[in-house]
Write a new protein. Structure first.
Lengths: 544, 484
């Protein structure tokens, strides 16, 4: 039930924020802050109260309620380590998004916060849902408010950017819907049970041809969203024209839904087809890494530059996903989180600069270190994070990804590593152009104020924490990563040795929430329901 | 005819009676409000009488009509839509100086025609229903006869509809010549043996498709739609787009299911081409328009194309999908034209995109309703249109009509582009501080009528979008009894 509350609080908060705008201009901000804060605390509580490695099952909380029983659609939510991490990221970034809009958004404040909260609600739903119809539903729900965020509060060319964003994602989403329907009917004709439930559909056996087509349907949506290079052209426009909060949410969260979709749906649903496609996907990833880096280097618009660095960083994600081993997937999860933070922070700094200078053109900037040293230090930290300096989160992410992908494909990994060098070049160029060189402005640039520091400091703390002590995150992600990889690791002997601890999930009968207790004897009966379910786990071959 | 026959025809009888009463009332004295009340009450009464027919099973009134679950559902849908349109019309015509009373008479007549269509099982009743509907529409379209474009639209519709009726009649004659019967069941029995249709029969069906296609305004018989939509008064346009098309589609489904036309590849091919052409042409031409009524006209062409996809699925699920989509489409279209009607003033309808600029900041609620309607047409979640489109896609995927399904997905994206454009115009920042709209002229009761209608429509839209189970149950329950 707590999972439903997460979504309900955000949606209700959005409506409340809209209404409260009639009472007082700044009330919507507080409402938004309160509701995002509330869900953040709830998620944090969930994390701290569920020590995952002890638990033995990947799934922490589940909730299922029939929704459209005629079609086998249920309102089914479930939380595992991966979703939990993504939710924490969502709400953390959500809080920042509310805070950075405090001064920037001055028109239609109430409606802005309505949209902001509904985007977050949509994203939350995407990360939680275990019903493919519902997944598509939330996938679309997050688009509309995002469209408005860009289209109403964006910069000069906002309408074009908003259109482009919407049409790219909608078109690719429809292909995914077709694939979902295809899977639904294939599963239905095989078993006689027509259902959209993720856990049921996992057992579908597909002909290779069908699997390939369906996989491309899903890939269409996720690769556009990620974005992977030939489909990336919506991203620079949308990122650079959106208001700061919009850019932060786009880069920090919406891109992650694509990566999450790959991990959650594409890998486990189509194990054979993905293996076939893997070299191409990794190639696309490497092309993205290098292409994004080259374009980032040649941009003069600061937000566009950061947008292209996203393209480059997301290349690592797809490289890692299609390496099919635990190292790489841990790297991917880390990359999703750290990229969300570091790129979000760079967009926020771009927003601060825009507020002061009313330009995003880095040719008009320069020498800001002397007048705004605090901003310089913060920017330096995140630029270093973005180029993968050890000690900061992104290093862990990229290192793990590369180690994993080396095992899968040596040559492509070599080229991907070149991307790191290029990241150094474009990142240092950001510092060089903005904070060093001679000072060009007449007025001194005001340094960051208390509110801005309040936004920046937690991000710095987080990125340092992830860089120095990533273990909690890795531990949280491990069970679910292993579960996604089940189909790729087939150790028939180890399977017998470790039957219960790594059993994959507990099905919950009927409409109840069930929270597995930490005590193994309580957990066992629930697990036994799962006996019919296929081979279990895992122990990845690379666990050395 | 027996008494039970009358009972089963009660909705039609109530409407017919209402027409007679209306004529007498007009003869005694003209009063807009009384006419409106009579119309609304008779629609409600006719709808209420449907509850008697809930578990009708299949009741035939030889040789013309059949009352079954399918028919009852379609009649109910038509009656409710007509009721909502009459409510919108009241506010719309109250602002105009023409004589208003006959409008309701024609509206009732046209509704009777549509109702007859969906329960007919014989060419004679089909044609009767179609003509009652069409002849009323000629007058309705040209009702505001002092407006030049209204006349033009009326004449255009008159000529083309007459042509299409001729085609339909000729087609029926050919079918009759080769099968010797005009009853759907009889035709089905006569052609049951054929695996391939004989030429004469095929020609007959082809000509009927021309006639029906015209009424549905599918490509290539769509030329009239934009002009008529643009010229007709906004509520009448809503009526053409919904009730008229719904009635014709109803009879088309009944006929095709009865004769099992899906067995013949030629017919399926014709409909496939028509469906794809409608989707593409409707959406692409809509992109070029700057007139909201014309955009909606082209979009309705495209939506008929979508409906044909589910229709071509040709099974129970397809029929349910068509029906569900029609409900969503009715709600959405009436809502959209309701907004157009509400924003119209004495001289002209609010049809240019310019009229909608910054609407969100001038009249937030109207804009919100219109946005919801457009998003539903585009098939975005939380609206009925999404569930409808999903159902159609599901029906298509189920019978593996991959080409059609992919075309539908592609077209949804094109469609999205122009719906979003209208939304974007409404959300633009006003250039200068515009004063609030002068809307004081309307009496509050009228204002409440149209606002209430739009609110009901918007709530229904969201309700069906979020919780479609209820409607699904009703549809599946009623359709199960039909099984033609």
């Amino acid at each position: 039930m707590i999972l439903v509350w997460l979504i309900v609080i955000l949606m209700a908060g959005g409506v409340l924020a809209w209404i409260s705008g009639k009472v007082n201009r700044s009330l919507p901000r507080w409402v938004a802050l309160a509701s995002v804060g509330a869900v953040f605390l709830m998620t944090l509580y969930l994390w701290l109260s569920n020590p995952i490695p002890v638990l033995g099952s990947a799934w922490l909380v589940q909730f299922t309620q029939p929704w459209i029983p005629q079609w086998g659609i249920s309102f089914s939510l479930a939380l595992d380590g991966l979703s939990l991490l993504m939710l924490l990221l969502t709400f953390f970034i959500g809080l920042l998004a509310v805070l950075i809009s405090w001064r920037e958004i001055q028109t239609k404040v109430a409606f802005f916060h309505f949209n902001l909260l509904w985007v977050l609600a949509g994203i939350t739903g995407v990360f939680l849902t275990m019903d493919l119809f519902l997944f598509y539903f939330f996938w679309e729900v997050m688009l509309i408010p995002m469209y408005f965020l860009i289209g109403i509060w964006g910069h000069e060319n906002r309408r074009y950017a908003a259109y482009k964003f919407f049409i790219f994602t909608q078109a690719s989403g429809l292909l995914m819907l077709l694939a979902i329907l295809g899977l639904y009917f294939i599963h239905g004709s095989q078993t006689g049970i027509y259902t959209f439930s993720y856990f049921e559909l996992l057992n579908t056996t597909l002909a290779p041809e069908a699997a390939r087509l369906l996989m491309f349907g899903f890939l269409a949506a996720f690769l556009v969203k990620l974005p992977v290079v030939p489909f990336h052209s919506w991203l620079p426009d949308a990122h650079s024209e959106a208001p700061t909060a919009g850019s932060v949410i786009l880069a920090g969260l919406l891109l992650k839904t694509g990566a999450y979709g790959l991990l959650r749906f594409v890998l486990p649903l189509f194990p054979t087809a993905t293996v076939e496609f893997a070299p191409w996907a990794m190639l696309l990833g490497v092309i993205g890494i290098i292409y994004g880096a080259i374009l980032a280097f040649s941009q003069t618009d600061l937000k566009r530059l950061v947008a292209y660095t996203s393209v480059s960083h997301m290349g690592f994600v797809i490289l890692g996903v299609f390496a099919f081993n635990e190292w790489a997937l841990q790297g991917v999860v880390m990359q999703m989180i750290t990229h969300g933070l570091s790129t979000g922070a760079l967009f926020i700094i771009a927003g601060f600069l825009y507020e002061r200078l009313h330009t995003r053109d880095i040719r008009q900037m320069g020498g800001f270190w002397s007048t705004a040293p605090k901003m310089g230090v913060i920017a330096l930290i995140f630029v270093m994070a973005s180029l993968g300096l050890p000690g900061l989160g992104n290093f862990i992410a990229e290192f793990l990804t590369l180690v994993g992908s080396w095992q899968a494909n040596n040559w492509l990994t070599v080229f991907a590593t070149i991307g790191l060098v290029m990241a150094t070049i474009y990142s240092l160029r950001i510092m060089q152009k903005i904070f060093f060189q001679e000072y060009k402005l007449v007025q001194p640039l005001p340094d960051m104020n208390a509110r801005e520091m309040l936004i920046a400091i937690p991000m710095v703390a987080m990125i340092l924490w992830l860089g120095l002590y990533p273990q909690p995150v890795l531990d949280t992600a491990r069970p679910s990563i292993q579960e996604q990889l089940q189909a790729y690791t087939k150790p028939p002997i180890e399977q017998k040795k470790l039957p219960s601890t790594l059993e994959n999930m507990a099905r919950v009968e009927e409409n109840t929430l069930e929270k597995l207790s930490e005590k193994p004897e309580d957990a066992k009966p629930a697990l036994n329901l799962q006996v019919s379910k296929s081979p279990s786990p895992l122990i990845p071959k690379s666990s050395n | 005819m027996t008494l039970t026959d009358f009972q089963h025809l009660m909705p039609l009888l109530i409407l017919t009676f209402a027409v007679l009463v209306s004529m007498l009332v007009i003869a005694v004295g003209r009063n807009h409000k009384i006419m409106y009340v009579i119309t609304a009450v008779s629609f409600l009464a006719a709808f209420a009488s449907l509850f008697e027919l809930r578990d009708v099973g299949r009741y035939t009134i030889e040789p013309l009509l059949v009352v079954d679950g399918f028919g009852v559902f379609y009649i109910g849908m038509i009656l409710l839509t007509a009721l909502l349109i009459s409510m919108l019309s009241y506010a719309y015509f109250e602002q105009r100086e023409e004589r208003k009373e006959e409008y309701y008479l024609l509206l009732l007549m046209a509704t009777i025609g549509a109702c007859v269509l969906v329960i007919s099982k014989h060419f004679a009743s089909l044609f009767l229903g179609l003509e009652i509907l069409s002849v009323s529409l000629y007058a309705l379209i040209a009702y505001l006869r002092k407006r030049e474009r209204s006349d033009e639209a009326g004449i255009k519709y008159l000529i083309l509809a007459a042509f299409s009726s001729a085609f339909l009649l000729f087609g029926m004659a050919l079918v009759y010549a080769s099968t010797g019967t005009m009853e759907f069941a009889g035709i089905a029995a006569a052609i049951a043996g054929f695996t391939e249709l004989p030429l004469l029969l095929l020609t007959g069906f082809g000509m009927m498709i021309v006639g029906i296609g015209f009424k549905l305004s599918v490509v290539p018989f769509h030329m009239w739609a934009p002009d008529v939509y643009e010229g007709a008064p906004a509520p009448v346009t809503a009526f053409i787009a919904t009730v008229s098309k719904g009635g014709v589609l109803g009879v088309l489904i009944r006929f095709f299911m009865e004769v099992d036309g899906f067995r013949y590849p030629t017919l399926v091919l014709i409909f496939t081409i028509v469906a794809i052409a409608s989707m593409l042409a409707g959406n692409l031409l809509a992109l070029l328009q700057r007139n909201v009524k014309r955009i909606l006209a082209y979009s309705s062409i495209a939506h008929l194309g979508y409906l044909l996809v589910a229709f071509l699925a040709g099974n129970q699920m397809g029929v349910e999908a068509v029906t569900f989509y029609l409900v969503a489409y009715f709600i959405t279209t009436v809502g959209a034209f309701g907004v157009v009607a509400m924003l119209s003033d004495k001289e002209r309808d609010a049809e240019q995109l310019e009229d909608y600029r910054a609407l969100l900041w001038r009249r937030p609620w109207t804009a919100a309703v219109f946005t919801a309607m457009l998003l539903s047409l585009a098939g975005i979640p939380l609206t009925a249109g999404f569930v409808g489109k999903f159902y159609i896609l599901a029906a298509g995927v189920n019978t593996q009509l991959w080409l059609l399904v992919v075309m539908l997905a592609l077209n949804s994206v094109i469609g999205l582009f122009y719906y979003i454009r209208i939304v974007a115009v409404m959300f633009q920042q006003p250039e200068a501080e515009t004063e609030a709209d002068p809307r004081g002229k309307l009496r509050p009761s009228i204002y409440v009528a149209s606002v209430g209608t739009l609110t009901v429509l918007a709530l229904l839209l969201v309700y069906i979008g979020v919780y479609p189970s209820g409607l699904l149950q009703v549809i599946q329950g009623l359709m199960a009894t039909t099984a033609p």
